[in-house]
Design a protein around this ligand. Structure first.
Ligand SMILES: Nc1nc2c(ncn2[C@@H]2O[C@H](COP(=O)(O)OP(=O)(O)OP(=O)(O)O)[C@@H](O)[C@H]2O)c(=O)[nH]1
Ligand SMILES: [Mg+2]
Length: 354
């Protein structure tokens, strides 16, 4: 006789009552949740590492074998970070609908048209041609009907798979779609969902899936408090600096952006969560400030990391310096830009989105 395995309804891990230090532990054999999900749900703390059970390559191979409609969840505030390397190689010929989450974090004035065109541009660079784009906001409360409408149009008797990078908001979306069910576990810590969670509703199965590995390990080298700070719940308020001459913006103990303005002033609009420490100084004073005053400024990493310097070629009059997993800074005006950032803080330059 084989013993029936029970799975945690919060994260999908097989439950076990033997080893409290291993994944899936629960003290009670009949529990619906593992101890980690119980703690995350009731106390918002992380008792064991939440690193994924399935490797990204294996996850994508598993998804590739499924004949389903794919909902690719992307985080609008972290759009480049939501992209998946070689997605089209892993999932060729799949029907993909993009569900863009966290719309409320971007300014209300940004039009729907602008949002969909920035998503399309990002998709084009990844060679993905989605069947449709649905924008949801406010933890999926706004836009859930549009997601169901897209599913009904494109499902064609298949199951549905919700996938995307860690922390994009997949599980939050599932909970918004099925508010009457026991919620799957949601948290600010990447890697919350650890295995596929099948949910049978409306005559088909919709799968929540573990997050695809993030582009870099910045969030893994911050303490839990900072990880929470970097995930705002409400609209991110822009902070504007008017710069002249040679000035430097210092972001926590994480990065310096040196801006050498040409003849006219340059504006730098920072879209970063409220807890991030921003400081402006003359470039000639930046190194001293960095060495003497940035200890403990958010974000800071738990280990010392070396600074990497880069000179950027400004491609448009208005560009965004994207500090991955932190936010972005829109820079407009004639200037040259150099950055110095600690190693896990990855920076890219893109045409401004706002
Ligand atoms: N502001 C805002 N935050 C959101 C929204 N959706 C999700 N979040 C937050 O994003 C974080 C990650 O959410 P999850 O639903 O756990 O993300 P996930 O994609 O399932 O993550 P993994 O299981 O780790 O892959 C949590 O802090 C959520 O509260 C949204 O619409 N708006
Ligand atoms: Mg999840």
């Amino acid at each position: 006789m084989t013993e029936h395995i029970h799975y945690c309804q919060g994260c999908g891990v097989p439950l076990q009552t033997i080893d409290p230090s291993k994944k899936g532990y629960t003290p009670k054999a009949d529990s619906a949740l593992c101890k980690r999900c119980y703690r995350l749900t009731h106390y918002g703390d992380l008792v064991t590492s939440s690193s994924g059970l399935i490797k990204t390559e294996d996850l994508l191979a598993r998804l590739a074998s499924m004949d389903a409609l794919f909902l690719w969840v992307i985080d609008l505030f972290h759009l480049p970070e939501s992209m998946v390397d070689g997605l089209i190689r892993h999932l060729p010929d799949k029907d993909i609908i993009i569900v863009a989450t966290k719309r409320e974090l971007l300014p209300q004035t940004l039009s729907e048209h602008k949002i969909t065109s920035m998503i399309r541009q990002q998709c084009k660079e990844s060679f993905v041609s989605p069947k449709g784009i649905v924008v949801v906001s406010d933890f999926g409360k706004d836009g859930a009907d549009d997601v169901f409408r897209a599913i009904d149009i494109f499902r064609n008797n298949r199951d549905v798979v919700v996938f995307g990078v860690a922390n994009a908001g997949k599980s939050t979306l599932i909970n918004a779609l099925f508010p009457h069910r026991l919620p799957v576990t949601v948290s600010q810590f990447p890697g919350t969902t650890v295995d596929l969670i099948p949910i049978v509703e409306r005559g088909y199965t919709i799968y929540d899936t573990p997050g695809i590995e993030m582009r870099n390990h910045l969030l893994h080298v911050l303490d839990n408090h900072q990880v929470k700070l970097l995930q705002p719940k409400t609209s991110v308020k822009p902070i504007v600096f008017q710069l002249q001459g040679r000035q430097t913006l210092i972001i926590g103990q994480c990065a310096m952006i040196h801006i050498d303005c040409k003849d006219s002033p340059v504006s730098a609009v920072c879209y970063v969560p409220a807890g991030v420490d921003l400081h402006r100084t003359k470039t000639e004073n930046a190194q001293i400030y960095w060495q003497q005053h940035t200890a403990g400024k958010v974000p800071f990493t738990l280990h010392e990391s070396k600074l990497v310097r880069k000179t950027w070629k400004k491609t448009d009059t208005k560009v965004d310096i994207v500090l991955m997993y932190i936010g972005f800074i829109s820079i407009s005006g004639d200037c040259t830009i150099d950055t110095e950032a600690i190693e896990p803080c990855e920076i890219i330059l893109r045409k401004a989105v706002i």
